[in-house]
Design a protein around this ligand. Structure first.
Ligand SMILES: [Zn+2]
Length: 231
């Protein structure tokens, strides 16, 4: 069993443990990858989407299936505005605290809605076995910079510093479009984007082959009805 506490910057001993997972994407350019976990929720995801649109940035959203189910219009907006979505389980289950069968079933339930080949484990916690099994179907996307925006005790300025201190070309930066992180995110995200642009960074979404996430509104509703029937 393996777990680590979320840290702003992960030591190599951890990244080497999950070698096939993606911690960083080096394409030889000065590129960063903004990622947003735990949404979509109307209270903050809509704001994030408007800011990204204004800044002409595309990002990657690791969606909690239950939230996409509850807020299909926000989820639809994420897709329509060209962002990539990834699976973050249906109920934000933590791998090391969940039996394998229940954990995988929960991820597949989310997959009915999210339909992505990207998976990010809640809190980054997976057992080795879960990691090996999930790697068959999914690219496991971790991060090399976590903003700690969810930490309510942390002032927004510190969230900005966390990112700017550790960012490097190819960084995967984690924010949260969650109510818990809302205050820090609203403060930090516009500043981080501005500073990174000033430093000459460009922004990309995380894409690997076989991403299918373009759905019409009606098909999302159909999928939701199916989930309702099988729940
Ligand atoms: Zn999460």
């Amino acid at each position: 069993m393996f777990r680590f506490r979320p840290r702003v910057h992960l030591p190599r001993i951890i990244t080497n443990w999950f070698l096939e997972a993606i911690w960083h994407i080096d394409d030889g350019q000065k590129t960063v990858y903004l990622t947003f976990d735990d949404g979509p929720v109307p209270e903050i995801t809509d704001w994030v989407l408007s800011l990204l649109k204004q800044e002409n940035i595309q990002a990657t959203f690791f969606v909690v299936g239950e939230n996409a189910f509850k807020h299909p219009e926000v989820f639809q907006r994420v897709l329509e505005e060209g962002h990539v979505v990834g699976n973050h389980t249906y109920n934000h289950l933590q791998g090391i605290k969940t039996a394998n069968y229940e954990f995988f079933k929960n991820i597949e339930k989310a997959d009915k809605l999210v339909k992505s080949n990207l998976f990010r484990p809640p809190h980054g916690w997976l057992t080795r076995k879960q990691y090996k099994f999930l790697s068959i179907k999914y690219k496991i996307i971790m991060w090399d910079v976590i903003s700690c925006d969810y930490d309510k005790k942390l002032p927004g300025e510190k969230v900005v510093k966390n990112v700017l201190k550790f960012v490097r070309p190819g960084s995967i930066i984690t924010f949260h479009d969650s109510i818990k992180a809302e205050k820090n995110l609203r403060y930090a995200l516009p500043i981080v984007i501005k500073k990174l642009k000033e430093q000459g960074y460009s922004f990309k979404k995380i894409e690997f082959e076989k991403i299918k996430n373009i759905y019409s509104h009606s098909s999302i509703n159909q999928i939701i009805n199916k989930i309702k029937k099988t729940a």
